[in-house]
Design a protein around this ligand. Structure first.
Ligand code: NAI
Length: 302
């Protein structure tokens, strides 16, 4: 088995001052990457800021013999994203790897969800991905190489009570990756998503203590490192990782039902009568892009 290494590669990890991001940064640093450790240094809900979280991880990487610099910019600002990428380019010359990992939570049931609570979570996760990825993507295009990992969540993929803002933002990242995988294709820029489950301050009040102890971020890092590597040539994948378990999630489409000859408009009653067929997920199809779906659709209607 050839060893995956990141010698000569430059990696930006956002929110790398703690939890999962810290683990990715340490492991990438160990395997030769030059790492930009970005962290705003705030609380779990995004309030406050500080420099010590990022600084500490930089010290840890250096103590392992690696190379790293700290950055304290806010990913939710266009200027913040530009500064993060500028820091990488000024110090290390380029960006090869970007892990959009920074995150916050502000849970409220939807009837109590006010605009500031909605916006702050969307801004860190979804707009933050735009703010950091765009300048990084431009640099990657120039170098004909890039590996981008976004962080999604089971909350977005399946739903989680009280997390409408977070779930919407996290699944929005899948839409972003679905387009980046196409637009980055000819530049060897691969974009994928990690769906982690791990013991961090994010989940300290979610898992029972015995489970919490088993869910080390260390188990998620190998999947992220593979997605960041030259060896990974897939794009558009959602990889779940938790406590030694790894799997793929995807949006798939069931076989459906043809209820018209193309002329007759089916009635709502036809929909009702065929609901089982319409909603069946037997033998589902995965479409790499929407054009593939239209092609299959055109075949069906022939
Ligand atoms: P964490 O709270 O330990 O780490 C998140 C880091 O992001 C913090 O150090 C924080 O200071 C930083 N950050 C927050 N807002 C920022 C901003 N605007 N700019 C720069 N840095 C900022 O949480 P954890 O668990 O390590 O989360 C990492 C990612 O994984 C997040 O995107 C989270 O949504 C996601 N995730 C985590 C799960 C888990 O089980 N821990 C489950 C599903 C998703």
């Amino acid at each position: 088995m050839s060893e995956i290494n990141f010698n000569g590669r430059v990696a930006i990890i956002t929110g790398a001052g703690a939890g999962l991001g810290r683990q990715y940064a340490l492991e990438l640093g160990k395997r030769g990457a030059k790492v930009v450790v970005n962290d705003l240094g705030g609380a779990r809900d995004g309030s406050g800021q500080g420099t010590s979280a990022a600084d500490k991880v930089v010290d840890e990487i250096k103590a392992q013999g690696g190379q790293a610099i700290a950055n304290y910019d806010n990913v939710a600002l266009v200027e913040g994203g530009e500064n993060i990428v500028k820091a990488a380019v000024e110090k290390f010359g380029k960006v090869d790897i970007l892990v959009n990992n920074a995150g916050i939570v502000r849970d409220k049931t939807f009837n109590k969800m006010d605009e500031p609570t909605w916006d702050v979570v969307m801004n860190v996760h979804l707009k933050g991905a735009f703010c950091v990825t765009r300048p990084a993507f431009i640099n990657m295009r120039e170098n004909n190489y890039g590996r981008i990992v976004m962080t999604t969540s089971s909350s977005g993929m399946y739903g989680n009570f009280g997390q409408s803002n977070y779930a919407a933002a996290k699944l929005g990242l899948l839409g972003l990756v679905n387009v980046l995988k196409l637009e980055g294709g000819k530049y060897n820029i691969k974009s994928n998503l990690i769906g982690p489950t791990a013991a961090t301050r994010f989940t300290e009040d979610v898992f029972p203590p015995e489970l919490f102890a088993k869910m080390k971020p260390d188990f998620v890092a190998p999947a992220v490192l593979y997605l960041c590597s030259e060896d990974c040539t897939d794009s558009g994948m959602v990889i779940n990782a938790a406590a030694g378990y790894y799997s793929r999630s995807a949006i798939v489409t069931g076989p459906g039902a043809i209820l018209s000859d193309g002329v007759k408009i089916p009635s709502p009653e036809d929909i009702k009568d065929n609901w089982g067929k319409i909603t069946s997920l037997d033998n589902p199809e995965y479409y790499y892009q929407s054009a593939d779906m239209f092609k299959a659709f055109a075949e069906l209607l022939k």
